[in-house]
Design a protein around this ligand. Structure first.
Ligand code: ADP
Ligand code: GLC
Length: 490
């Protein structure tokens, strides 16, 4: 029988996305629906979603549930074949831009209320008297923004909950006083409740109370048991280890398909790889780089943050342009000092290094196809989607051995070339020196056409679809539902 699954999430591609969470929020439910499951996605009615769903119908009026949670309406809509439930609360969500930040890049001042409401509604729908008349068997929560729902489901009973950790570095911390405004009982303020180093933490609530915990790769699931990767949550995760597993994300293989991608200058596939070159020339021309097929072109599409390790590439930029020599095409947005550094680097090496700051879905696709080598030197990477896009686009990635990067990219060496698994270049420590050696290795290997072709084809053959992960989530949901039933004594 089909499971009833409610996925509660703060962003969803293609309508509103700041990173991989949005991609996953859009494509996992679609994969579950292909398995005939009854899935509904709960998401705030941001302006972009209101626009995408002009036909949305009101299905429930929700009164103010706590002093700081305004009354709202739930709208039912369908977009891109997905059934959505939008939380219509203009006071909290009718704002332009990014779901988390204001126009100057600071956190919205009322994110506790904005994502408190998302969490509260997710829990309300998970209860037997759900205002929809449809009660999910399992509520799937994603990151701190919806994690607090697990606390209400714990207190009030109801559906099983699964919390997926996409990035443990964001705890969703607020003042203790915010608890009252959201209507949470003060009795939850304890070390085995929502208290986290003196803060009220949404993520802690989820890690403590969700029936099952997952993260987005097996390696990251292991890494967060340790202090360095666990961001203060390692002891709790060790305690809940039996309920924590890692399920590697998939990617949307329709959106990311070099054979059909409308953003590309020239489509191609594993058997027609020579056509890929036209994308390189088009990208070089578009970004003002020298149009030269003799120089390897490194591509980057990334949030510009400490996590992504791009400061290491910045340190090496002059050497890349002059000594390797190679080109860099970077698309990114994030911390101001990194943007400034890359802007200066590009101005020192016109024709060799081009950087575009901002968010562009189209350019992201053109870089995946036009670059020869993709670069992801992350300090930590729960899963990472771009390395999977690059495998699929025949653009072997250079990655650090961490999280999902370690689980998806196989280092190129004699053994892995012989057994046909080699798909990129992997380095161990997050240092500029190790990154340099990996970039050099990649650039040298690129010059050997036959070898390079094998590397590209190995990567392109890898199954990066959602099918395997969707099955793993289904098994997990079933075990969470079973446990919840046992807890209730049913
Ligand atoms: P994270 O979620 O940590 O940022 P992922 O690799 O999981 O990392 O996912 C990042 C997603 O966001 C990918 O789909 C990537 O293409 C996209 N992305 C990141 N930065 C940009 C940008 N500046 N413009 C367009 N897409 C971007
Ligand atoms: C987070 C992680 C990234 C992961 C994405 C989707 O943003 O940083 O590694 O791929 O979530 O799960």
């Amino acid at each position: 029988m089909a499971l009833k699954i409610l996925s509660a999430v703060s962003e969803i591609a293609p309508w509103i996305k700041t990173g991989g969470l949005g991609d996953v929020a859009g494509s996992l439910p679609a994969a579950l629906r292909r398995r005939k499951q009854d899935v509904l996605v709960l998401v705030p009615a941001y302006p972009a979603l209101r626009q995408a769903c002009p036909e949305a119908q009101t299905v429930a009026d929700i009164p103010a549930l706590a002093p700081e949670l305004p009354a709202c309406r739930l709208l039912s809509a369908e977009a891109g074949g997905l059934p959505l439930l939008l939380i219509d609360c203009p006071e909290l969500y009718d704002r332009p831009g990014n779901p988390y930040l204001d126009a100057s890049g600071n956190n919205q001042p009322d994110n506790d209320r904005r994502f408190g409401l998302l969490s509260r509604i997710a829990a309300l729908l998970g209860q037997a008297d759900s205002p929809l008349g449809w009660q999910p068997d399992v509520v799937h929560l994603h990151d701190w923004q919806s994690a607090l729902a697990a606390a209400w489901l714990h207190v009030g009973g109801g559906a099983a909950s699964v919390l997926t950790i996409h990035n443990i570095a964001f705890p969703g911390n607020f003042d203790r006083s915010a608890m009252w405004g959201l209507g949470l009982p003060d009795s939850l303020w304890r070390f085995d409740g929502v208290e986290y180093h003196g803060h009220f933490s949404f993520l802690k609530a989820g890690l403590q109370f969700a029936t099952r915990l997952t993260t987005v790769s097996p390696t990251y699931a292991r890494e967060i048991h340790d202090e360095t990767f666990g961001y203060g949550f390692a002891p709790l995760l060790r305690h809940r280890s039996a309920q924590l597993s890692g399920i590697l994300n998939g990617i949307d293989t329709d959106v990311w398909n070099p054979r059909t991608d409308p953003a590309l200058a020239q489509t191609y596939d594993a058997r027609r790889l020579t056509l890929k070159r036209e994308n390189k020339a088009a990208l070089q021309a578009q970004l003002g780089l020298e149009v030269d097929d003799k120089l390897p072109l490194f591509g980057v599409v990334s949030r510009l943050t400490e996590q992504k390790g791009l400061d290491l590439l910045l340190t090496l930029g002059d050497g890349v342009a002059t000594h390797l020599p190679a080109q860099i095409a970077l698309l990114g947005a994030g911390e101001k000092w990194l943007e400034a550094g890359f802007r200066e680097l590009a101005s020192r090496h016109p024709g060799r290094i081009a950087c575009v700051f901002g968010f562009s879905e189209e350019l992201a696709h053109r870089i995946e196809a036009g670059a020869d080598i993709f670069v992801m030197p992350s300090r930590f990477e729960p899963c990472g989607l771009n390395q999977m896009y690059s495998l699929r686009y025949g653009t072997p990635p250079v990655v650090r051995h961490t999280g999902g990067l370690a689980d998806t990219v196989v280092d190129c060496n004699e053994r892995t070339l012989a057994d046909g698994s080699a798909s990129g270049f992997v380095f161990a420590e997050p240092t500029a020196h190790e990154l340099w050696l990996a970039l050099e290795r990649a650039a040298q290997t690129w010059r050997y056409n036959t070898l390079w072709r094998r590397l590209q084809q190995n990567g392109m053959r890898r199954d990066v679809s959602w099918e395997r992960a969707a099955d793993a989530y289904l098994t997990l949901y079933e075990s969470a539902v079973g446990e919840r039933r046992r807890e209730r004594g049913g």
